[in-house]
Design a protein around this ligand. Structure first.
Ligand SMILES: Cc1ncc(COP(=O)(O)O)c(C=O)c1O
Length: 422
């Protein structure tokens, strides 16, 4: 496989960016591929290799790359300008779509990333509750800001910094961390800090430690616990929103959150985030209330239009097709995994392969998998023209642009790599 251009660009990039990248998980050994083009289910690198893409920009591209309808709508918007710093109609179109699918979100604010969304949702919860502490689960990733860079998954774990240097102890001491899928630990954390916990923030399906599903009744129990102690429940649906169901994990698991954070698919791949909840809660946000939030590019018509076009298409096609592809992939991979002391987990159009025979129900389980074996398989799959997100602590995604043929070819590629690895 040719890779000389990627290697040359990476050498250049290492002089310009720490580890040669603009976000950590993109840097993998021995060198990342520089991508030049995406079309549908495929990405193309600068050496003219074509890969079936299961990274999909870490989740936003549920329609695949460069969908013609999104291009058409975005092009139309570009002709009219792309940032006004003033209210514009595309915000209303997208907000009404969000509200239609998330009944718990009566009002929202648009921001520019998932990081901003969770940062502001936590500030809002603290401001409205007049309490200091939050509870998160180990291995969940809620973006790269101080309150949540504690026992964080995704790149933070991949590179051994689940609790980042530079985050002051004073900031982190108000973040309580408990294992996922452990309602007793959650109860103990809330009761031990009674009257000082503002919010519990959860990835309802953990997508940043591989894919870890909530066990039966867990989300409901957390909901009941938070309600009983006047603690706000924040569902971080940056990954699960419009992916598990149009109404995200809240629809899929029938649990209603007080605050919801969104991103990724919401912008169709253009930078975006949002947080929202009841009108009463959201009216704490300035200038209606005293919790401050602002952003030069927030609600910009470019992201609003790309997001609306994406959601419009998803509303038309539904998620059944892409979810069926997810089932096909998980079923095929599970057959292979059984013979290789591995397992496959996922839901809807999300999946991950773990090099372990044990069920992965917590971050602690995910940490015990053979991560070197995972990386060897990842590199072997690249050679077979299959592009996964480059860490076990991420989620592989399918899009509406993938076909059963793509899935079957990928299953063959996995089989070939596993056979070669012995
Ligand atoms: C669940 C979750 N929350 C928040 C974030 C942060 O979003 P962003 O990378 O847009 O800042 C991510 C990013 O992967 C995420 O997966």
């Amino acid at each position: 496989m040719r890779s000389s251009r990627s290697q040359a660009l990476y050498r250049k990039a290492r002089a310009l960016f720490p580890a040669g990248v603009s976000s950590p998980v993109r840097a993998f050994a021995p060198y990342p591929r520089f991508l030049r083009k995406g079309r549908g289910a495929y990405v193309y690198d600068v050496d003219e290799n074509r890969y079936v893409d299961f990274c999909l920009a870490f989740g936003p591209l549920i329609l695949g790359h460069a969908h013609p309808y999104v291009i058409e709508r975005v092009r139309e918007q570009l002709e009219h300008g792309w940032n006004f710093g003033a209210p514009s109609e595309p915000e209303l179109e997208l907000a009404e779509r969000v509200r239609r699918h998330f009944p718990s979100v009566e009002m929202m604010r648009f921001v520019n990333s998932g990081t901003e969304a969770t940062m502001h949702a936590i500030r809002l919860a603290r401001g409205a509750a007049g309490r200091r502490k939050i509870v998160k689960t180990t291995g969940a990733y809620h973006g790269a800001h101080d309150a949540v860079l504690v026992a964080a998954g995704s790149g933070a774990t991949t590179f051994g910094t689940p609790s980042s240097d530079g985050v002051l102890g004073d900031a982190a001491k108000h973040t309580i961390v408990v294992p996922f899928n452990d309602a007793d630990a959650m109860r103990a954390a809330i009761t031990a800090n009674a009257r000082d916990v503002a919010a519990v923030i959860l990835e309802p399906v953990v997508g940043n430690a591989g894919v870890i599903l909530p066990e039966d009744g867990y989300l409901r129990e957390v909901r009941e616990l938070t309600q009983a102690h006047d603690v706000f429940l924040i569902f971080d649906e940056v990954i699960t929103g419009f992916r598990l169901a149009m109404g995200g994990a809240q629809q899929h698991y029938r649990v209603r959150a007080d605050l919801t954070t969104l991103g990724k698919i919401l912008g169709g791949g253009v930078p975006i985030g949002a947080f929202g909840g009841s009108r009463e809660l959201m009216e704490h946000i300035a200038p209606a209330g005293k919790v401050y939030q602002a952003g030069t590019a927030s609600g910009n018509p470019l992201a609003m239009t790309a997001g609306s076009a994406t959601l419009e298409l998803l509303e038309r096609t539904g998620l059944d097709g892409v979810n069926a592809l997810g089932d096909r992939m998980r079923k095929g991979l599970s057959k292979l995994a059984a013979a290789h002391r591995s397992r496959v987990q996922g839901v809807a159009s999300m999946f991950q392969w773990f090099c372990t025979a044990e069920p992965v129900r917590t971050y602690e389980n995910a940490m015990r998998c053979d991560r070197d074996a995972w990386h060897r398989m990842f590199l072997a799959l690249l050679e077979e023209r299959v592009y996964l997100p480059p860490s076990q602590f991420e989620t592989c995604f399918l899009s509406t642009a993938h076909t059963a043929k793509d899935v079957d070819a990928t299953l063959e590629a996995f089989a070939t790599c596993l056979e070669r690895a012995g």
